[in-house]
Design a protein around this ligand. Structure first.
Ligand SMILES: [Ca+2]
Length: 482
């Protein structure tokens, strides 16, 4: 995937405020080229379209969910220096979606109050009282800036090694060790009750919000109401909006606690309102599921989320592996799981020379930087982390961060740091050239997901190059026929 875009955010037009920057980076960092067709019209933003090319997003595949779009806001440089967020650009959205044109946005915004009021019957069906509905929706106004964020298409992407460098660093690790020590009783209790590794939970906390320091400060009710009534993902966000109302009506969280990313993820581990409904628990027994300010509830709810998604107690997420020269990278495919013993038979070894603990475990091979970078054998728990946030780079950062918190070492093999990420124009050109040669059947969209990777592999195989699907500048040159 490589240039598949672990997008970071240098934006071409205006410079974003740091808050916007956080959201952008948050989204951008999560970009993944996962192994399924790119549902480019599915995600709640163009960024998320790329992010949620994973087939295991919590929503359906047809409607990938912005699970934790606020995640990884940590790459944000500093707390907001500017006071006010920039206003809506007033421009047509880059997605070209009819509901994202400036006039469609203006029209929907003019009808915002009616739209919110029209959701009352649905709210009533969820046992939200009329009093609560009126109280929490009174004076609600749309935040049109979200439309820009939803359709933003960054020119530059971030490599997976830069992404890992940003997220897995000594400072964050030190904070993580502090958190583990401070809340040791809570982690003990949760490990016992849920069978979920404390280091994985602490890693999610650290990667999602840099230990509660970067959670986003948009009003979740306002954001989800905006997205429910304006733009191209209204149906999807109605469930989020109504779920946020339920949270407030039940009193699990107070309105001032319900702040987060532009797409509605909130709290230190960035629950979406619907995810909160599924997974949040009241661990300290005070009657409120406070995943924002109560560490016991937060840790238990995050563990419950992983457990319900299939976490296997006592098992790792995966292993860094050395892939032998001449290996057939067509096997590096999420759909091609084999036992560790079978992988060993094909010549894969654990990096660092240790033996694999369980020869019978099923794993798939991921080579995020192609044949020139490290390989990874991914176990069930990696798939579980991908459900939390369906981006390979994200899940790898979580797994590695957890290992480092446990006392593990950095990855052994080097990344191909000399490779540069393709620009958006180059990514589009790559797809167009692959289409011209009959390898790519999708619509070129500049987002290098699984379909593009497959096409690249086909092209690479046809010219006798390692079919690793990595979108290097070299392979683009080859496609250009130079
Ligand atoms: Ca509680």
């Amino acid at each position: 995937m490589g240039s598949a875009g672990w997008d970071m955010t240098r934006r071409t037009k205006q410079s974003a405020s740091s808050r916007t920057g956080a959201a952008m980076i948050a989204a951008a960092l999560l970009l993944s080229g996962e192994a399924c067709a790119q549902p480019s019209s599915g995600g709640p933003s163009s960024l998320f379209d790329s992010i949620f090319t994973g087939s295991l997003s919590k929503g359906s595949r047809a409607a990938p969910s912005p699970q934790r779009p606020g995640a990884s806001a940590q790459a944000q440089a500093a707390p907001a220096a500017s006071s006010a967020a920039p206003p809506w650009s007033g421009e047509d959205g880059a997605s070209g979606h009819p509901l994202m044109t400036a006039s469609a946005i203006r029209q929907a915004a003019a009808n915002f109050e009616n739209c919110v009021a029209s959701m009352w019957p649905d709210a009533a069906r969820r046992n939200i009282s009329q009093q609560s509905f009126q109280r929490f929706t009174a004076g609600l106004e749309p935040d049109l800036r979200i439309m820009d964020l939803m359709d933003s298409q960054p020119e530059f992407t971030k490599s997976i090694w830069d992404y890992l460098d940003i997220l897995v660093n000594d400072n964050r690790l030190a904070k993580g060790r502090e958190i583990l020590a401070t809340y040791k009783p809570q982690f003990n209790a949760v490990e016992k009750a849920y069978g979920v590794d404390r280091y994985a939970i602490a890693a999610i906390w650290g990667i999602e919000s840099n230990y509660s320091t970067q959670m986003g400060d948009r009003n979740v009710l306002q954001s989800t109401a905006t997205l429910s009534c304006i733009g191209r993902r209204q149906k999807y966000f109605r469930d989020e909006f109504l779920s946020a109302l339920e949270i407030l009506h039940r009193g699990d969280l107070r309105p001032e606690q319900l702040r987060g990313s532009w797409a509605g993820a909130f709290g230190p581990t960035q629950f979406m309102p619907t995810a909160f409904k599924r997974y949040a628990v009241d661990a300290d027994g005070d009657g409120r599921r406070d995943v924002v300010d109560n560490p016991a509830d937060l840790i238990a709810s995050t563990a419950n989320n992983l457990k319900k998604d299939g976490w296997q107690p006592g098992q790792s997420w995966g292993y860094e592996v050395v892939v032998p020269p001449g290996f057939n990278y067509m096997l590096a495919d999420r759909a091609k799981a084999m036992t560790i013993a079978q992988w060993e038979h094909l010549g894969l070894k654990r990096a660092g020379g240790q033996p694999f603990p369980h020869a019978g475990d099923k794993a798939y091979l991921l080579a995020p930087a192609g044949a020139e970078g490290p390989g990874f054998l991914m176990l069930q728990n990696f798939r579980v982390i991908m459900k939390y946030n369906p981006a390979e780079a994200y899940a790898l950062a979580i797994g590695h961060f957890a290992d480092r918190l446990r006392g593990g070492a950095p990855f052994v093999q080097p990344w191909p740091r000399q490779e540069r990420e393709l620009t958006r124009a180059e990514r589009l050109e790559l797809q167009q050239l692959l289409a011209q040669r009959g390898f790519y059947r999708g619509t070129p969209d500049g987002q290098l997901g699984g379909q593009t990777r497959e096409a690249l592999r086909g092209f690479q195989a046809s010219i006798g190059a390692p079919a690793d699907g990595f979108a290097s500048s070299d392979v683009l040159e080859r496609l250009r026929g130079r």
